[in-house]
Design a protein around this ligand. Structure first.
Ligand code: PBG
Length: 405
């Protein structure tokens, strides 16, 4: 009797322990062995393990059509020859079979600039700033050190300089033009990209010239040609029209070529959607549309095939690279453009995507480094050769630290 009750007590205690929360006085070594996944060896025959359950558990090795059989040593065996887990079994093997990697050379780093002698934090984009020109130059230098080679400039323009025709966009002494010259002078190896669009300079908050609530296509393209040529004169390596007017790539190509800038590339915002994900960017530039929205020129998020029409036109008009924007919710469009065209494909990981990640990270809900490197790798897998991301410098640092390439 005494023996039985002792055994029952011991069993009950063991059972209770198995479900008890980890006691606070756990030793360091037991924590370490847990972390290393150390357990007692598992009996591969798995015989008798359910004997004391007190109910009948299903036995996959029993019956006429067993789901699991036994190997030469009596161990349970799923008769499966192709085991994809073999190619994942160690870091070395995983690295050997990895299909896509992301490197700092894949990035274009967007930088916000303003004509002040201080930097200003952007509330909806934690970690990003409107840079003074000296601070921008410093940021470019640091990013270059980390292997980021390309930059795109976005100006916050004083309200007093904004007009409907947005003539400040092609002022050779404008902030973007001065910034380009500063960067090319100090870092001639840097690849400087510029945004070709009127919104930072428009008192209407639109990417084009407005008449009676309508964004005028051809008048806007006329202005964009002047903007692109002025940026090329300042030293831009790549101009990136983000305005979504029809025929702008051809007109800009012809304008550049006729002025002798046959070497200046066009990175076209080919499939740029009328997206709510641009909100924080518009905070950064103070460039929210003055009225309405951008749906008469930017694409409808519901449409995929339409992106192929834009891609065909941009390629025919002389674009060197095609961009999809935003990124994460539009990975299918990146893939469709990649399959459709042999031109390099860029993806813009936009401000709203950055803000979402930052917000979850600040709450402690996501691990920043892991989620960012995963996200950027997924852009590559989807087909992006180039990624525009506000994480460029930080990601380059992580990639370097971890020796990921
Ligand atoms: C404007 C422009 C926008 C972005 C890049 N260029 C905003 C818009 O179209 O309203 C958005 C970038 C981002 O959200 O990170 N021509």
């Amino acid at each position: 009797m005494i023996e039985i009750s002792a055994a029952v007590l011991a069993l009950t205690a063991a059972y209770a322990n198995a479900f008890a929360p980890v006691p606070s006085q756990v030793t360091r070594s037991s924590v370490l062995s847990l972390a290393a996944g150390n357990t007692n060896p598992v009996d591969r025959t798995m015989k008798g393990i359910d004997d004391n359950l007190g109910y009948d558990a299903f036995d996959p090795t029993a019956g006429e059509n067993p789901a699991v059989v036994r190997n030469n040593h009596g161990g349970v065996w799923v008769q499966q020859r192709a085991r994809p887990r073999r190619n994942r079994k160690s870091a070395g093997v995983r690295a050997m079979v990895r299909e896509n990697i992301v490197t700092p050379a894949n990035f274009i780093y967007p930088l916000f600039i303003h004509d002040e002698d201080y930097c200003q934090d952007i509330t909806s984009m934690p970690g990003c700033q409107r840079h003074s020109l000296p601070s921008m130059l410093n940021e470019v230098g640091e990013a270059l050190e980390l292997g980021v080679k390309a930059f795109v400039l976005f100006p916050k323009v004083d309200d007093a300089l904004k007009t409907n025709l947005a003539c400040e966009a092609y002022n050779p002494e404008g902030i973007v033009h001065r910034a380009i010259r500063m960067i090319k002078e100090k870092y001639p190896e840097a690849v400087v990209c510029t945004d070709v669009a009127l919104d930072p300079y428009s008192d209407q908050g639109h990417d084009g010239v407005v008449e009676n609530g309508v964004i005028l296509n051809d008048v806007t393209v006329n202005q964009l040609c002047k903007q692109a040529v002025s940026q090329a004169r300042a030293g831009a390596d790549i101009v990136a029209p983000s305005d979504m007017q029809d025929g702008r790539v051809k007109a800009i190509r012809d304008a550049l070529d006729s002025e002798g800038f046959t070497n200046v590339s066009i990175l076209s915002y080919t499939a740029k959607y009328a997206s709510a994900y641009y909100g924080p960017f518009r905070d950064a530039l103070d460039s929210h549309p003055g009225f309405g929205d951008k749906k008469t020129y930017q694409q409808d998020p519901a449409n995929g095939r339409e992106a192929l029409i834009e891609a065909a036109l941009d390629a025919a008009e002389g674009a060197d690279m095609l961009m999809v924007k935003p990124g994460m919710p539009y990975l299918d469009i990146i893939r469709r453009l990649k399959d459709y065209s042999d031109l390099p494909i860029a993806a813009y990981h936009v401000s709203g995507e950055y803000a979402m990640l930052k917000a979850a990270v600040e709450k402690g809900w996501l691990n920043e480094k892991d989620v960012v490197l995963e996200t950027l790798t997924c852009f590559r897998r989807a087909g992006a050769d180039i990624i525009l991301t506000y994480y460029a410098k930080q990601a380059a640092k992580w990639i370097k630290e971890d020796g990921l390439y």
